[in-house]
Structure formats: structure tokens, C-alpha cells
Design a protein around this ligand. Structure first.
Ligand code: FDA
Length: 396
């Protein structure tokens, strides 16, 4: 039997959070081993942001996160900020740009971020074991024994950085939640977040035909509201506005959408009624909304009078109110298959917010997406991975 390898810090998962934690711990003189079953580290970084990685957001604050404890993320986000990560990217010479709403993307490729992290790990002396299965984790002499396909590792500290359940095809598993439960931690309800909606069966044929139509909207659900683009697809509704509200949506809830935010649609229709009285209201609406969408509303309205001249002010106001508060009850979401993140996770009530260490089992840490902290779309999820990874790594 081969002897066990001893390492100070064992990190499960070579994603964004695991790599950041490994670098910070190794720079503090700890021997660090990172295990991942994937063949390459940072696979989600590689595919993120359409291959350009939206690595952080200039405007990131704790208000950009969902969690059962909305105060939990404050400390880590404050001690390793978006500016700390931006400085690192600048020092490495990676060119980047702001796309919109403070979202920072690489000019070139997400692979540059991965290369920065893997080079930093190599320089700091981190041992990286890829294509390695994690078979069992158990407590041992006040520390941990991790049995893997590459042998057994004994460590004083164990960091769970195995991410969430989204995109199982890319290697996402529920291992982190199983380990948390094994050591007595509670897992809050997990569900797919930042995910497209699917049509309810009664909308599929008619509204699905609008596939490809996109427009700027204000979308709201359960108290959260986002001004971003919405995209009609064959399967349902997507685009940043819908992905954002999906994190607040529960089965059966309606999503309320203002299809012309900031535009005085009623004034436009009244002016058109004077200028082109014989025109259909839906044709006039097509000056503002995409034509196919306006036509769809016309079809839905059926035989109701549509000539502008026949519409009273009250009738115009009623039509506009319907477009300002267009309510859809989605049939569901596309689920973990396409979700960017997993909402919920390891309950923060038993995790130290400064060090990410378990309050139940000394030496055990949880970082990144496996924790019940989920960011809005726009670089916030990576910022949480960097901040929570740095918080744990710097605590060793
Ligand atoms: P991450 O998932 O990155 O890493 C976990 C690691 O653990 C993986 O390497 C995995 O292989 C490994 N692992 C899991 N189970 C294992 C097991 N049983 N055995 C061994 N290893 C195991 N965010 C953002 O801020 N900006 C963006 O542009 C995007 N874009 C984006 C696009 C797409 C398509 C997705 C799916 C997600 C995003 N995200 C994003 C979200 C972001 O990718 C995510 O929040 C972070 O990668 C989370 O980092 P972690 O390190 O916690 O998990």
C-alpha cells in the first residue's frame, strides 16, 4: 500500500475559488494540494462570458448577491475587492474593457485569466492533481484524510471549492453539498439561477414564434427589478433581464415586464391618432416595439377595435398599461443544463464570514459557489469566488 501524502491544505476543486485560495495559502508558506476530476483547471472560466470571461464588475457591492443571510458576504467582499482583482489583471498585462453596467471582459480570451492563475499557483509551489477522482473524505487526528484515485492525502485543513450543480456536462457535481452534510452542515434549498425561462404550454406556439426578437425592458419579480435586454426564444424568454429575474422567481410566479421603460408610449399614440387616425394602434406601437412583437399583441387582441381614431384616451391608456405591465407566468426554467449558477448551498449560519471556516469542524472551509451566496449576472459570481477564495487562503 502506498503511503499517504501529507499536505497542509487540501483544496477540492480547481475552479475560480479553489485556485485563488491555493495561491494565497501557498504564498503564506503552506504546502497546498488542489484536486479536480476535470482534465483542465478553470473550465467554467474558459467558457464564461462567451469565451472572454466577465471576470468582475466595477460596481460590485453586497447588494448584488442573494443569500439567506444577506450580510454574510460583506466581510470577504470588502477584504478582497473587485479593485484588488483588477490590479492583478493589470499587473499581468491582460487587456480588458467595460462592456456595459460595469462588466469587465478580457479583450482577448478567458484563457488569459486561467493562465494567470495557473502560473501563480506554479510559482507559489501549489501541487495540482487533475483528472483525479475524490473517493472519500474523512476526519483524521484533528485533520482530514482525502482518498482519491491518485492516493490518500492527509491535511490539517480541507477547503471545499467544488462549485454548484450548473452544467453537469462540464463536471459539476453535488459533492460539496454531500461533504458539508457529512460534517453536519445544513444545505439551504438549491435551484438553478441565471437561467432562461420556458413557456407555459398555452404560450409555446404563439409566443415561441417570436424567437430572435429582443428589446430593452424592465423586468421585475418578487421585489427585484432589472433594466436590461430580453430575448424571445423558441423555448421561452432569455436575455440578461430574464436571467437576472430568474434568480428571484419561484414556480407559479408571474414575471412583470415593462416593454417600453422610460418611453411615453401613450403620448406617442395620442400624437399618432391626430397625425394618422386610420392607422392601427399596433402599427403605431411598432414605431417603438419590435414589429413582430407589436403584431403578436395585435393578434392576441383579436377583434377589438384597433384603428387609432376609434380609440378613446382611456382605451389608449389601457393598451399602454398592458404593455407596461406585461405579465407572463413561465412554465419553468431550463434548469441546471443551462443555468449559470446554483442558488442556495452550504448554509452560511455555521461558516465564519472572515475565514470561510466551518464553526462545526475546525480546519474545514467552504468557498465559492458551493456556499449559499449567489451573485447577479455581470461578473459578480467570479468576484465572490475571488473574494471568498482569498478570505480562506489568507487565513492559513
Ligand atoms: P467552479 O464550478 O468554477 O469550480 C468547481 C471545480 O470543482 C470544477 O473545476 C469542477 O471540475 C470541480 N469538481 C466538481 N465536482 C467535483 C468532484 N466530484 N470531484 C472533483 N472535482 C470536482 N460568472 C461571472 O462572474 N462572469 C461570467 O462571465 C460567468 N459566465 C458563466 C458562463 C457559464 C456558461 C456558466 C455555467 C457560469 C458562468 N459564470 C460566470 C458563473 C461562474 O462560472 C461560477 O460562479 C464560478 O465558476 C464559481 O466558481 P467556483 O470555483 O466556486 O466553482
Amino acid at each position: 500500500m502506498t503511503a499517504a501524502t501529507t499536505t497542509d491544505v487540501m483544496i477540492l476543486g480547481a475552479g475560480a475559488a479553489g485556485m485563488m485560495c491555493a495561491i494565497e495559502a501557498a504564498r503564506r508558506g503552506k504546502s497546498v494540494t488542489v484536486i479536480d476530476h476535470a482534465r483542465a483547471p478553470g473550465e467554467k472560466i474558459r467558457i464564461s462570458g462567451g469565451g472572454r470571461c466577465n471576470f468582475t464588475n466595477i460596481h460590485c457591492t453586497p447588494a448584488n448577491f442573494l443569500s439567506s443571510n444577506r450580510h454574510f458576504a460583506i466581510s470577504a467582499l470588502k477584504s478582497y475587492t473587485q479593485h484588488d482583482f483588477i490590479d492583478r489583471v493589470k499587473a499581468r498585462g491582460i487587456a480588458f474593457h467595460e462592456k456595459a453596467l460595469g462588466q469587465l471582459f478580457c479583450d482577448g480570451s478567458a484563457r488569459e485569466i486561467i493562465a494567470m492563475l495557473t502560473d501563480d499557483m506554479r510559482e507559489a509551489g501549489v501541487r495540482l492533481e487533475l483528472a483525479t477522482e475524490i473517493l472519500e473524505v474523512s476526519p483524521r487526528d484533528g485533520g482530514f484524510a482525502t482518498r482519491t484515485s491518485a492516493g490518500v492525502f492527509h491535511s490539517a485543513s480541507l477547503v471545499v471549492a467544488t462549485g454548484g450543480k450548473s452544467i453537469p456536462k462540464m463536471g459539476a457535481t453535488g459533492l460539496g453539498y454531500d461533504i458539508a452534510r457529512q460534517f453536519g452542515h445544513r444545505i439551504t434549498d438549491t435551484r438553478a439561477g441565471l437561467v432562461p425561462f420556458t413557456w407555459a404550454s398555452n404560450m409555446h406556439d404563439s409566443w415561441g414564434a417570436l424567437s430572435g426578437v429582443s428589446l430593452d425592458v424592465r423586468a421585475a419579480c418578487n421585489g427585484a427589478s432589472f433594466d436590461e435586454a430580453m430575448l424571445f426564444t423558441h423555448r421561452g424568454l432569455s436575455g440578461p433581464a430574464m436571467l437576472q429575474v430568474s434568480s428571484y422567481w419561484r414556480e407559479g410566479d408571474a414575471v412583470a415586464t415593462d416593454l417600453a421603460p422610460g418611453i411615453d408610449l401613450a403620448a406617442h399614440l395620442k400624437a399618432e391618432r391626430s397625425a394618422r387616425p386610420k392607422t392601427s394602434v399596433w402599427t403605431a406601437i411598432a414605431d417603438i416595439l419590435p414589429k413582430r412583437l407589436a403584431q403578436q399583441f395585435g393578434t392576441e387582441a383579436g377583434s377589438a377595435p384597433s384603428k387609432l381614431a376609434d380609440l378613446s384616451n382611456a382605451a389608449i391608456e389601457e393598451i399602454v398599461a398592458g404593455l407596461r405591465d406585461f405579465r407572463i407566468v413561465p412554465g419553468g426554467t431550463e434548469g441546471y443544463r443551462t443555468a449559470e449558477v446554483t442558488l442556495g448551498g452550504v448554509d452560511t449560519a455555521r461558516i465564519n464570514q472572515k475565514t470561510m471556516e466551518s464553526q462545526l469542524v475546525p480546519g474545514l472551509h467552504f468557498i465559492g459557489e458551493v456556499v449559499d451566496v449567489t451573485g447577479h449576472l455581470g461578473g459578480h459570481n467570479f468576484q465572490w469566488a475571488w473574494s471568498s477564495g482569498a478570505a480562506a487562503g489568507r487565513s492559513f
